[in-house]
Design a binder for this molecule. Structure first.
Ligand SMILES: [Zn+2]
Length: 198
């Protein structure tokens, strides 16, 4: 059963921005993203980063939300330690319909070693964030498995070999350009038909 949660920023008391089905709400005053924890009836705060575009465009811009995780990982089934590799992952905090066809932009950010550079807040709309952190936390392991055990035959093995430990979490707002029937991100200039996003 869902509980009512007070949607005011606990720090500055301004109303949080978000939509009906959002799982994450934003305070642009305090640069915080609040993940709704329905089980506990709580808002859990994460740092909010406003990302600078890397490719320019003349079209209208809107922010798309991505979870940003810094994680340690191993690829041999061992538990990650202080010496294990570290990587930053960006996981869409919005849902993409038919991910097999359109691809997962978070995975391609990883493949292209994208580093999202934060800048000042701009007054843009934010695409609703309806994928909560619990859902997103599985993705670093999924992305690493896809990268290192790409064949379907090896994937099951990959899931037992890839071990991930999260170190830091935040939420990055990436500017996208809005066209009549599509959005394109301002980092790789990928095009997403509007119908692919829910
Ligand atoms: Zn605030």
């Amino acid at each position: 059963m869902s509980r009512a949660i007070c949607l005011k920023c606990p720090q500055c008391r301004t109303n949080l921005s978000g939509e009906n089905n959002s799982k994450v709400f934003f305070c642009h005053n305090c640069a915080l993203a609040f993940n709704v924890d329905t089980a506990q009836g709580k808002l859990l705060p994460y740092p909010l980063l406003y990302i600078n575009p890397q490719k320019t465009g003349a079209l209208e811009q809107v922010y798309f939300p991505f979870w940003q995780f810094e994680s340690r990982y191993t690829l041999d089934g061992t538990v990650p330690t202080d010496n294990s590799s570290i990587r930053t992952f960006y996981i869409p905090a919005f849902f993409i319909k038919n991910i097999n066809y359109f691809g997962d932009i978070g995975y391609y950010y990883m493949k292209h070693n994208v580093v999202l550079e934060p800048g000042p807040f701009k007054r843009l709309g934010v695409f609703p964030a309806d994928r909560d952190i619990r859902h997103a936390l599985r993705y670093p392991q999924i992305y690493l498995t896809k990268e290192h055990f790409p064949s379907l035959r090896d994937m099951r093995k990959g899931f037992s070999e890839v071990q991930v430990k999260q170190l830091k979490a935040g939420l990055a707002l990436v500017p996208f350009y809005k066209a009549e029937h599509s959005y394109s991100d301002s980092i790789l200039s990928w095009k997403y038909p509007s119908g692919a996003l829910i």
